[in-house]
Design a protein around this ligand. Sequence first.
Ligand SMILES: Nc1ncnc2c1ncn2[C@@H]1O[C@H](COP(=O)(O)OP(=O)(O)OP(=O)(O)O)[C@@H](O)[C@H]1O
Ligand SMILES: [Mg+2]
Length: 156
Amino acid sequence: MKLTVNNLKDTEVVGRIIGRSLEKGSVLCLDGDLGVGKTALTQFIASELGVKEYITSPTFTIIKEYEGRLKLNHMDVYRIDSEEAMYDLGYDEYIYSEGATIIEWSHKIKGILPKERIDIKIERLSDTCRIMNISGNGENYEKIAEELKKYESTGN
Ligand SMILES: Nc1ncnc2c1ncn2[C@@H]1O[C@H](COP(=O)(O)OP(=O)(O)OP(=O)(O)O)[C@@H](O)[C@H]1O
Ligand SMILES: [Mg+2]
């Protein structure tokens, strides 16, 4: 599905819907150009998950863990140049942990992403307007897509 968000406030609503629906073991992949809003969306999701800490892109540390209603593993794999390097950082343990995982620039590690996941590709239309292309596989994806369709049909 394609969702158009007109401003940061809309992105917040989408982030809250996703945050409410994420489950233990969920993997959410975010892609799109530099500055398109991957971390902004992550911040709203995290806030809905009850994360109190302020989230920034873990560009240098690659992976950061947060405590909330659910544990949140936030990854930014922009600087990763091999999938093996992810395993050295404990990638598997995070993906199959009690928490949910959000991966910015996920296409860089597409060969090791789990099949059951939610993919959001964000495109910039203007300063504040974005298109979110949402696809995925698995029960949690189906649930999130359903919730987002309800939101879309209310005229967002
Ligand atoms: N509708 C919108 N959704 C998300 N961000 C928006 C929107 N409109 C404006 N912005 C702004 O765009 C910027 C997005 O920056 P952000 O760090 O989230 O991008 P990013 O995709 O994570 O970049 P990077 O690839 O460097 O990690 C923020 O300054 C945010 O306020
Ligand atoms: Mg970012």
